[in-house]
Design a protein around this ligand. Structure first.
Ligand code: SF4
Ligand code: SF4
Length: 452
């Protein structure tokens, strides 16, 4: 067997051969923990859907290792399977050997990105959107404004009727665009209400401010009511998770380093703009007690920065907390009004599998008087959103979502709570498609309403 040393292989990104060798060495080293026991198979949504070994975690790891050892007959199969995988990481939770499948997947996708199915044009379009629109707030805001106009004119409904089925499916997933008031920037500084318990930075994300500004604002208000000064650094940017999941590790690292500058140890978030908010912010000495995040995909990515950029990522990663994790650990310490509603909580994969957070959201929802947390079957199964997977693989995405919609239909909640924007959009579209009236919310929105 060919042996590959990850520690000595050169890592020069300007040299494609050295880069390929480095990726191969990383893949090889990370796959060695798998003992092929197969205990992960039934946790895998693509294995359950297809019954194929190559579409299972064990099968994919076998392909990855074969690629790293240069003995894979059909490299296109690895590319297909690497992108058919949802990246849900349910296999990590199931694995008794501690295989870090998410890390192997990211490196593999970076290595086989050019061979992924879908054609050169689709790859170029994805790369353009991820590099030139998603992380650039001004451009993204313009796209969202255009989408709002298109929706206002009913063009989305027209598109669903006239486009070929594959495109119509994607058009049907267009999310609701919030009112312009919800898409405004949040105040740069919000002081603690009552006794001050600490100072946190709020990480906004790229899509969240445009499509889920109400969620970020709810987090800001609850954190401040719970006794924390809340700073929203203006210079912060996209976490890079979508880029890493798409195999663009190069851009993911650039974005990671930019956020390290803004949120790293000792950073105060001051922008130097001198408006009232930032003036107040400068009056508070020291760094942040935590960097609080409302999107599970972003908090998972930020906690894993050391895997992307090594030691430089540790000061930031070590202080990242999902907002529900943070509030549960710190204690809410605020009065909550009764909220007589039936709520199903659905676990985002990047909260439960990537971060191991399952109890915190339920503890917080259970703290709201009269709120009834209704269990449903298999809340930890993937919903099929997986970043932009529901756009790149709509058929598999729908197959994966279907059992969850069945379970929610049986549980009949008034609200479905979940903590990731992609999952929220996927569930909302799926519920609407089935004619189920339950509204999808982030748990922090319910806490904000109850703590007004
Ligand atoms: S990440 Fe999810 S879809 Fe991919 S192999 Fe693991 S369980 Fe299967
Ligand atoms: S990933 Fe873990 S659970 Fe799955 S086959 Fe390998 S060792 Fe077993």
């Amino acid at each position: 067997m060919k042996t590959i040393d990850a520690s000595t292989t050169p890592a020069c990104p300007s040299n494609p051969t050295a880069l390929a060798n480095r990726l191969q060495a990383q893949i090889h080293a990370k796959t060695l923990d798998c003992v092929h026991c197969g205990l992960c198979l039934q946790s895998c949504p693509t294995y359950r859907a297809t019954g194929r070994e190559t579409s299972s975690p064990r099968g994919r790891i076998y392909l990855m290792r074969g690629h790293a050892e240069g003995r894979l007959d059909d490299p296109a199969l690895l590319a297909e399977e690497a992108f058919l995988c949802l990246g849900c990481r349910a296999c990590e939770t199931a694995c008794p050997s501690g295989v870090r499948y998410g890390e192997i997947l990211e490196v593999t996708r970076a290595a086989v990105r050019e061979q992924q199915p879908g054609g050169r044009f689709a790859r170029a379009l994805e790369r353009f959107v991820l590099r030139e629109i998603v992380p650039r707030r001004g451009r993204l805001a313009w796209i969202v404004r255009l989408l709002a106009v298109a929706k206002g004119l009913g063009l989305d409904r027209l598109a669903v009727r006239v486009l070929p089925e594959a495109l119509a499916r994607r058009a049907a997933m267009m999310p609701e665009i919030p009112a312009a008031a919800e898409r405004k920037r949040m105040p740069a500084f919000t002081p603690a209400v009552g006794v001050r318990r600490g100072r946190v930075a709020l990480f906004e994300g790229c899509v969240m401010p445009e499509l889920f500004g109400r969620v970020n604002d709810a987090a800001r208000l609850v954190l401040s009511r719970a006794g924390f000064d809340v700073v929203v650094p203006e210079a912060q940017g996209c976490c890079g998770a979508l880029h890493a999941h798409a195999g663009d590790d190069e851009r993911a690292k650039v974005l990671a380093r930019a956020n390290v500058e803004v949120f790293g140890e000792g950073a105060t978030g001051a922008s130097g703009k001198g408006d009232a908010g930032h003036g107040a912010e400068r009056a508070v000495p020291g760094g942040f007690d935590a960097i609080v995040v409302t999107s599970a995909g972003c908090s998972a990515a930020l906690k894993e920065l050391p895997h992307w950029i090594g030691e430089d990522g540790k000061p930031l990663a070590g202080r990242v907390r999902d907002v529900l994790e943070f509030l549960d650990a710190e204690g809410l310490d605020i009065a909550l009004s009764p909220m007589p509603r039936r709520v199903c909580y659905d676990d985002p994969c990047h909260l439960i599998h990537a971060q191991g957070i399952a109890a915190a959201p339920r503890n917080l929802l259970n703290a709201i008087p009269q709120l009834v947390l209704v269990p449903h079957r298999n809340p930890e199964a993937c919903c099929g959103a997986a970043g932009i997977y529901n756009l790149t693989h709509p058929e598999m995405s729908e197959t994966v979502l279907a059992p969850k919609l069945d379970a929610l239909a049986d549980a009949a909640p008034e609200l479905v709570a979940t903590a990731n924007p992609g999952c929220a959009m996927q569930l909302a579209a799926g519920l609407a498609g089935r004619g189920i009236a339950a509204r999808v919310v982030h748990p922090i929105e319910l806490l904000e309403e109850a703590s007004r």
